[in-house]
Design a protein around this ligand. Structure first.
Ligand SMILES: [Zn+2]
Length: 358
């Protein structure tokens, strides 16, 4: 018997998502897993994409499932319905990996030509549940993961504080089904991944033990309630980040959270800025440089004098040519001052001197 399974683990600050085919060996509880898709994202990205995405079209697709399966049951427009179901399964899995469980569910239902009505009902309700759930996730992030949230509380105390807020307890469980699993250290071509097999099979297999490492792994196991699977992915990342003290920060440009890895002074995210080909970080670093340069007292002194001299042309107290001559020399003097060749006082007195004869 073969089944499709999705799972996620974190390896070296990277999120790895896998979809694989599990084949049980004959007369045994052991199985072989053949990974047919593996994708990596930066840590935190899947959670953040999930909370900021607009899933309107995904929800629309999910709501149409009921009718399509009804068609299948009534043998009405079968071919076309199967085609549409396949398209939906592919679309939602691409919309976000957290929907991959539903995608697997659709493919299995097509193969078996029957569908579980309880699961279908749960899938149709996902939009409503997410409307309540997503704001809770934002609360969690702000209380437990926000790097700039000013509080004397420890991370454990912050979590307790979050749980004590109305009903959060109900949405953030104390227990979950994350396991510690042996996973590949690098992206090996695991044609016959035997890590899920029992010890005897593992010994006999050609997987080198040195190429494996432990990782906290989440493999959805809810059989009927698909919203739970989706929420469990969210818990997995929320809890992983909380436990490993990985913080998030609101971008100073777009206001969305991003993961802080390494340098904790970064203020801008890596998302593409609205109406721009640049990222918030690229725009931010230029702006920061300009702000810093503008605040420099040498530049401030220069800018004041520049404006004064420029205004003189307007009032016919000077000419464009004289102004140009002055500004060229003034720029040289400013640069000399910025590089430390002359002192601030020397620059100031030069400006004062030239004030009268230009
Ligand atoms: Zn941003």
């Amino acid at each position: 018997m073969e089944t499709f399974v999705s799972k996620v683990y974190i390896r070296d600050k990277e999120e790895i998502f896998e979809i694989s085919e599990k084949t049980y060996l004959e007369n045994s509880s052991a199985f072989e897993t053949r990974v047919y898709e593996r994708r990596g994202y930066d840590l935190g990205d899947s959670l953040l994409n999930f909370i900021y995405s607009d899933f309107e079209k995904t929800f629309e697709c999910l709501k149409s499932l009921e009718n399509l399966f009804k068609n299948l049951k009534n043998k009405k427009d079968t071919e076309n319905s199967i085609e549409q179901l396949k398209n939906i399964a592919e679309y939602i899995e691409k919309a976000h990996f957290f929907f991959s469980g539903i995608s697997n569910f659709i493919f299995t239902a097509i193969a078996e030509l029957k569908v579980n009505s309880e699961s279908l009902k749960s899938i149709c309700n996902i939009e409503e549940e997410m409307k309540i759930f997503i704001p809770k996730v934002f609360d969690f992030i702000q209380t437990c993961l926000d790097a700039d949230y000013e509080t004397p509380l420890s991370v454990e105390q912050r979590y307790l504080k979050f749980l004590s807020i109305d009903n959060n307890n109900k949405y953030f469980p104390r227990q979950n089904s994350f396991t510690l699993e042996l996973i590949p250290l690098h992206d090996l071509d695991f044609d016959r991944v035997a890590i899920n097999m029992n010890i005897k099979n593992l010994r006999d297999s050609d997987v080198e033990l040195t190429s494996l490492t432990f990782a906290e792994t989440f493999e959805p196991r809810h059989i009927f309630e698909y919203s739970k699977d989706i929420f469990d992915y969210v818990y997995f990342f929320c809890f992983y980040m909380m436990k490993n003290n990985i913080k998030l920060r609101k971008c100073k440009s777009c206001g969305k959270y991003f993961t802080i890895l390494g340098n904790s002074n970064i203020e801008y995210c890596n998302r593409q800025a609205e109406n721009s080909s640049k990222t918030c970080r690229e725009i931010g670093s230029v702006k920061k440089y300009q702000d810093k340069a503008f605040k420099n007292p040498i530049n401030q002194l220069f800018n004041r004098a520049y404006k004064k001299h420029f205004a003189r042309i307007k009032y016919k107290l000077s000419t464009k040519a004289r102004f140009q001559l002055w500004s060229e020399t003034a720029r040289d003097m400013r640069d000399k001052c910025l590089s430390g060749e002359i002192s601030f006082e020397e620059f100031q007195s030069w400006l004062d001197d030239t004030d009268s004869h230009f």
